[in-house]
Design a binder for this molecule. Structure first.
Ligand code: G3I
Length: 303
């Protein structure tokens, strides 16, 4: 196959990208995105500050632009993200305790109801654990509503849209030897044991010098999968754009049946949140395929 999406589909997987609504008028951007990818994540447009800028006043204008572009072009959509400490609107940042807990539940219901039956998988909770060696939860206003906020979010999400897969999504949980990875693993194991609804774990996979790709990545993927959840690589980028590392990531996913798809976090280097000079993606700023692109395509085609 000659595109990433079609190559991934040979093994029943998808290959996705993050799309920014503000770039949908750029035909160089949409041409590549439409040709290569078959799963779409809104880079910012379905986040809390975008979808509920004022409490209980939902706004899906930008989210729908991304959603409609994706579906009109035959692609599926990952929802990102419903409960997160970051990119909260000011009204939510100012809240705490029981009212915040209720606002979180109301937010999940409002957004999931709008997209009911239309989303392949939702990142229900994003980045709830601390970096470093503690294995602790991240201290946030949501965490301070009580340690059960994550499972409440997942139970709310299941009831709101039973058709969507429900994911826990985080960064720095790709290295199996890290405390943060083990902490998330233990949470997912506990959720499965207690019947808290969770279907998938999203490994963001932002690789750089401080958190480089490690050869135990495949162990991380297979270990989560063995708990009975899908694993999705949700926000892949690799600073420096190593073709070898990109191939390793793809091959690690392909080695685990329940690794169901890969999303890169942007189309061209110039679209990356990291800045074009990090050359972290698969296309250069002119839209040319990079060595990393060929490496990914070849790995997918060899599966
Ligand atoms: O839209 C405003 C614009 O009106 C304003 O003029 C401009 C001035 O700064 O800011 C614009 O908003 C920016 C937004 O991206 C849209 O471009 C925000 O400042 C900026 O903070 C925001 O960054 C996003 C970041 O999440 C926020 O946390 C990145 O685009 C996005 O790629 C990044 O994605 C996150 C995932 O959601 C979660 N995992 C990590 C990943 C990378 O940080």
């Amino acid at each position: 196959e000659s595109t990433l999406g079609a190559a991934a589909a040979q093994s029943g997987r998808y290959f996705g990208t993050a799309i920014a609504a503000g770039k949908l008028g750029d035909s160089a951007y949409t041409t590549i995105a439409n040709r290569e990818f078959n799963m779409i994540t809104a880079e910012n447009e379905m986040k809390i500050n975008a979808t509920e800028p004022n409490q209980n006043q939902f706004n899906f204008t930008a989210g729908d632009r991304v959603y409609n572009w994706a579906v009109q072009n035959g692609k599926r959509v990952r929802g990102h993200t419903l409960a997160w400490h970051s990119q909260q609107p000011g009204w939510m940042e100012a809240m705490s305790g029981a009212p915040l807990r209720q606002a979180m539940i109301n937010h999940i219901n409002g957004v999931m109801n709008h997209y009911k039956g239309k989303i392949y998988a939702w990142d229900v909770v994003n980045e709830a654990f601390d970096d470093g060696n503690s294995g602790a939860r991240r201290n946030s206003n949501l965490q301070r509503t009580g340690n059960d906020w994550i499972e409440v979010a997942f139970r709310t999400a299941r009831a709101a849209d039973p058709a969507a897969k429900l994911c826990y999504n985080d960064y720095n949980i790709d290295n199996w030897s890290w405390a943060k990875t083990q902490a998330v693993y233990n949470m997912v194991r506990d959720f499965k044991a207690r019947g808290v609804p969770i279907d998938c774990v999203g490994l963001q996979s932002h690789f750089n010098n401080n958190s480089p790709y490690n050869s135990n990545y495949r162990t991380t993927i297979s270990s989560f999968a063995a708990l009975g959840v899908d694993v999705q690589i949700t926000e892949l980028d690799i600073v420096g754009g190593s073709a070898t590392t990109y191939a390793n990531v793809v091959n690690d996913c392909l080695a685990v049946p329940r690794c169901t798809g890969i999303t890169v976090w942007g189309v061209r280097d110039s679209d990356s949140w990291l800045g074009a000079n990090t050359t972290a993606l698969l296309f250069d700023g002119n839209g040319n395929k990079k060595a990393a692109y060929n490496s990914v395509l070849n790995a997918l085609n060899a599966a």
